[in-house]
Write a protein that binds this ligand. Structure first.
Ligand code: F6P
Length: 320
């Protein structure tokens, strides 16, 4: 193998740049050439790519976003789009692809590998932490810390005004961000799609808290569980408490990656290059019990990543 390509795809996540740096430097260390593809699979189709070297990735380990930019490519979902990408594989002499992103990114890599045989190595990078087969994805730690920082600030003003705040966090159809941010932020209730909830219980807990002297309440809502605005309205209706709603949104996707995400991204990026060099053709890098390992992309995509229910119950106990 002499030349590999690298792209980031799907929603960006803090630590993608650290991963790009690791892939490029590890490849260069082993004498490989790297083509950096811009704007995810769109750049693959449109030949928007250029060689990268060690200095192309200087001074990026601390930066959020992705210097390669990203996209959710509709074109790559079509056989015609992938055929165009394959023309570029031949044109640029690409012998392997590192695809950094979430499940959509891996689905794209898998189908391309099946159709055209290009070896692919996937690196799980999404704030949602929803990829089966890995304990952590790049960007999750930073996103949780961003949410906790916001909750800390909201708590100050919530206490001053004795208010109830509903904080809506991202996570697509999953509650991983909500659960960890809620637990770390000391939320009174955490609403996640994986666990049914009852408005009467939530209101009861809130009122009980105020009766015993609590000065504020914070409810963390995963975007996949309910609409934060509606939660605010319903709680106000049944408790007559003043509620305020804040939707953190894309704030959670930006910012300097945490040290944990930089280390994870460096280890995973390096492993992806090792997999391609070892002749692996369709693997995803993952972290299991602190160790960097790999699994077949098919296996990763066929499994379900389940939430830690013990953590959910613990958060409930600790918020009494
Ligand atoms: O997958 C990452 C994520 O931020 C989800 O948490 C969220 O639901 C989605 O992307 C938002 O996507 P977009 O940036 O396209 O609005």
């Amino acid at each position: 193998m002499q030349r590999i390509a690298l792209l980031t795809s799907g929603g960006d996540s803090p630590g993608m740049n650290a991963c790009i740096r690791a892939v490029v430097r590890k490849a260069v260390y082993h004498g490989l050439e790297v083509m950096g593809i811009k704007r995810g699979y769109n750049g693959f189709i449109e030949a928007d790519m250029a060689p990268m070297n060690t200095s192309s990735v200087s001074d990026i380990i601390q930066r959020g976003g992705t210097i390669l930019q990203t996209a959710r490519s509709d074109q790559f979902l079509t056989p015609e789009g992938r055929a165009k990408a394959y023309q570029n594989v031949k044109r640029f002499g690409i012998q392997g692809l590192v695809a950094v992103g979430g499940d959509g990114t891996f689905r794209g890599a898998r189908i391309f590998n099946r159709e055209y045989g290009l070896p692919v190595a996937g690196v799980p990078s999404t704030i949602d932490n929803d990829i089966p087969g890995t304990d952590r994805t790049i960007g999750f730690d930073t996103a949780v810390n961003t949410a906790v920082e916001a909750i800390n600030k909201i708590r100050d003003t919530a206490t001053s005004h004795e208010r109830t705040f509903i904080v809506q966090v991202m996570g697509k159809n999953n509650g991983f961000i909500a659960l960890e941010a809620g637990l770390a932020g000391g939320a009174e209730s955490i609403l996640i799609p994986e666990c049914p909830f009852d408005y009467n219980d939530i209101c009861e807990r809130l009122l009980k808290g105020y009766r015993r002297g609590k000065l504020h309440s914070i409810i963390v809502v995963a975007e996949g569980a309910a609409d934060g605005m509606e939660v605010g309205r319903k709680i106000k209706e049944c408790t007559e408490l003043e509620t305020k709603v804040i939707i953190l949104g894309h704030l959670q996707r930006g910012g300097a990656p945490s040290a944990a995400d930089r280390v994870l991204a460096s280890r995973m990026g390096s492993k992806a290059v090792e997999l391609l060099m070892a002749g692996e053709t369709r693997k995803m890098v993952s972290i299991k019990a602190g160790e960097i390992v790999s699994m077949d992309i098919d296996d990763a995509l066929s499994q379900v990543r389940s939430i830690d229910l013990d953590l959910y119950h613990l958060a409930g106990i600790l918020s009494i």
